[in-house]
Design a protein around this ligand. Sequence first.
Ligand code: PRX
Length: 636
Amino acid sequence: MPSSAALLQTQAYYSTAWAAAAADPARFWGDYARQFVWRKPWQTVYQADLAKPDIAWFSGAELNITENCLDRWAQLQPDAPALIWEPSHPDDAAKTYTYGQLLSEVTRLAAALRGLGVQRGDRVCIYLPMIPELAFAVLACARIGAVHSVVFGGFSPKSVADRLQDAGAKIVLTATGGHRAGKPIQLKNIVDEALLSCPGVSQVLVLNVPAIPAPMQPGRDLDWATTLADADANQGYAEPMEAEDMLFILYTSGSTGKPKGVVHTCAGYMVWAHFTFTNVFQYQRGQVFFCTADVGWITGHSYLLYGSLLAGATTLMFEGVPTWPTPARFWQVIDRHKVDIFYTAPTAIRSLMAAGDEHLQGADLGSLKVLGSVGEPINEEAWHWYHRNIGKGRCPIVDTWWQTETGGIMISPLAGVTPSIPAHATLPLPGVVPMLIDEHGAEVTGNPAQGNLVIKQAWPGMMRTTYGDHERFRQTYFSAYPGQYFTGDGAMRDADGNYRITGRVDDVINVSGHRIGTAEVENAINAADGVTESAVVGRPHDIKGQGLYAYVVYANPPQDHVVAHAQILAEVTKQIGAIAKPDWIQFVPGLPKTRSGKIMRRILRKIAEGDTANLGDTSTLLDPAVVDAIAQHRLT
Ligand code: PRX
């Protein structure tokens, strides 16, 4: 059965394990994987040809990840809390589901989905607020072998439609609405609008949130409660899945305009989620784990749900936001539920730091043992504030570097076992063999060093393909350095081999820890009335880490800048969602381009950052004068 204990409890053992996993991955992961529940053993631990790329782990094996997350723990510790749900409003009651109860909720929904004709391999789109049913939905899909595609609740109808079409989903699971910062928000109307362009979707299972009614479309929409009540209880069994069957698709922004469907498969992902959860956080039996990420992002998948449940932990799901009703909310939730491990994003830490330390008065935080950070580089000031004020100087911080594509944490301290260094993700986990590459494509050896971050060997949790487009997978990750996985990030390595991630080196920007592709935002801006073209770059932002700075060219300069500004924001919200709204919009006469028509983003980035004295050689530009015009009117 999956163990709840960390394998790597000393630094010496970490070093030995890292070397063993690098030298003989098949042996290391074969040994590790024996603890899980398999319906059929594997024949080969792994085969990986990263040049193709063709990756398989535990081929020949059969399993169901939910038997490892739920059934085993429901047998061993049926009354242990599996999921605690803290609602948006602090006066509403929290709910706790034991392992026994969570298994029965998931089984019921699995039976209902089977009853609706959802079969193994079918894609199911989940568009739900952060409520327990979201966890049930993800796990119920996994139980029957359907592929879940969770879409973050903040995405627009168009984004939902794009994802539904790409995945070829036939059914959507949603709710009439949810709550954000004390206010009701409609969700079903977003699905209704998305479905106008998705004729392939024939069923929508709708959870009725009584305070937020929504009209139902007869023949298509089904009431959640009635459907569950009518389901045949015997149909909730776990489907035996092949190791390399798809477990889920999760869409993420890339450097082209079209979001890509990152595909993770059953066995390798399970092993990686469990290994990284137990070791990085040094989880101990009975601890409460609070991951503040939405299940709509990979962190919510791998740690709020799979990793913690695989270890038999108690996972806490919070419907609310850090600053409502006050910036003390996280601390109240931690004290109320005696949270041991707290995992959040630097943007949240910075916004709570900015709100003032008075919100910490009265907070005990004595239950905390380990703090985590994820999603973007954490600056030293935020790191120290987090360490001093939240961890009271006694909790190790794990700055965990990873990506949607990597399935789980790749570079991170092991809490209290290997050293934490402010603003450094530090050391690669066993199974992760990183290297740095210079601008000529050569490996930078020795320490210290700096370059593009590449991973040399396959690891169990890595993505297997881009849904429906394997060539895009090869092109995006394996073509820059054939035979190796290119992360899209730059990094530095210090004299002791510790990694510090410096940020994206492609056209992806991390805004509040969310990945935004500049091309997607530009496409949306270009759809606004009168716009001919635009360019979006990142600019440091006190709270968000990076903000979006948009340069926009109109055919005829807009009469009213306030109106034009509002139209652009509205268009981005409509096409993508509010998370992609630019923070700065500058109307410009043209964009700096090379003679071949390529936009010189390097120059635009420098102007946005205020570094106008170091724009480099602009003489090769088609129209060098445009640079001065832009620089003169830059927004501060
Ligand atoms: O640039 C890196 C940054 O977030 C990117 C991955 O984004 P996403 O797929 O949305 O996953 C976020 C949650 C895992 C990376 O390419 N990133 C993530 N964690 C860190 C980080 N940058 C610096 N330090 C981190 N700890």
